[in-house]
Design a protein. Structure first.
Length: 71
């Protein structure tokens, strides 16, 4: 029974790692869009959606890494 929960935990952690990387890449692509560049030129900071992708990706990646390395 413990082996089965360990396998499912590894799968979840790998999915979280992949989702985290995907969100970070998506945020990077969004930062290059015309709307984001215009927002950055006016406000001096990237748009809210770009920051949400970066933060969500980082949190997902860190949680996935923690679950993968946890014994």
């Amino acid at each position: 029974m413990a082996k089965k929960s360990l396998d499912s935990q590894k799968i979840i952690s790998i999915v979280l790692l992949v989702v985290g990387i995907g969100l970070a890449i998506w945020g990077y692509q969004q930062s290059g869009s015309l709307g984001s560049q215009l927002s950055q030129a006016v406000n001096g900071s990237p748009g809210d959606s770009v920051m949400m992708f970066y933060i969500g990706g980082a949190v997902s990646f860190v949680v996935g890494l923690y679950l993968l390395l946890k014994k």
